[in-house]
Design a protein around this ligand. Structure first.
Ligand code: 4FV
Length: 239
């Protein structure tokens, strides 16, 4: 999959795309990530890419001309790029959306700043607007990193076999179970005995119950989407 990220702060991405899962995915040839400085696409001699909003008001708005030039330049023929604008007005990002995006061959992520981008770009070139949450950030770069990370993890071959099982666990709308590691006792708090038992079936059931309880208590909105098995119902009956 090819990611093209259009931003006025390209250096924000240099760290994340050379680390961890994104680095590994690129080394495996499963993912390509290209970062584009929007200022390289303006004809303005001062590399200006924004201007005051018509109608007055605070802040600045990204101009349509450099943005459209940038998006068209990185849209390669035949790859059918999906063009995404990160914005609080977008659809709330979730696992299901990440799974859909992981099916694409080419994603173009447009990162705004200030008051956002000229509406005519959103009306003509943007295919989908995505929000990572109901709060206002200073730019679209962090949301773009969130989307890239969540999508790349779902591309077949990126995660190892064990890690990919972890991804599957969330796809049933349940939160993860509690995790523990050495030492067994820390500041007087012990690791649950069942996890030390070596009894895999008991451990599996304990973990499943913890996921069910945690989700029902913390995220009833997710819990009502979860499809519970007969075993799940039994596990929830036990005190
Ligand atoms: C945002 C969000 C977000 C708003 C003004 C960038 C900023 C500036 N993007 N999910 N929440 N964007 O706050 O995606 O243009």
């Amino acid at each position: 999959m090819l990611f093209d990220i259009i931003t006025i702060f390209p250096e924000m991405f240099s760290g994340i795309i050379q680390q961890s899962i994104l680095k590994r995915a690129q080394e495996k040839g499963l993912v390509r990530i290209r970062i584009h400085n929007l200022r390289d696409f303006t004809s303005d001699k001062h590399r200006k890419i924004d201007d005051a909003p018509y109608g007055g008001g605070p802040g600045m708005v990204f101009k349509a001309e450099p943005l459209c030039r940038a998006i068209r330049a990185v849209s390669q023929e035949g790859l059918e790029a999906k063009k995404i604008y990160l914005s609080p007005e977008g659809d709330l990002f979730c696992h299901q959306m990440a799974k859909e995006l992981a099916q694409e061959s080419h994603l173009i992520l447009v990162c705004g700043h200030y008051e956002g981008i000229d509406q005519r770009v959103r009306d003509t070139l943007i295919d989908r607007e995505i929000s990572i949450g109901d709060y206002v950030l200073s730019g679209g770069e962090l949301p773009a990193m969130v989307v890239v990370d969540a999508v790349v993890r779902l591309i077949p071959g990126v995660l190892g076999s064990e890690e990919s099982l972890e991804v599957e666990s969330f796809s049933d709308y349940l939160l993860d179970y509690p995790q523990y590691t050495r030492p067994r006792s820390f500041e007087g708090r012990e690791v649950p005995e069942v996890l030390l038992s070596g009894h895999h079936e008991r451990i599996r059931k304990w973990r499943r119950k913890q996921s069910l309880l945690r989700t029902s208590q913390r995220r009833p909105d997710l819990f009502k989407k979860a499809i519970l098995s007969a075993e799940d119902i039994e596990l929830l009956k036990d005190p």
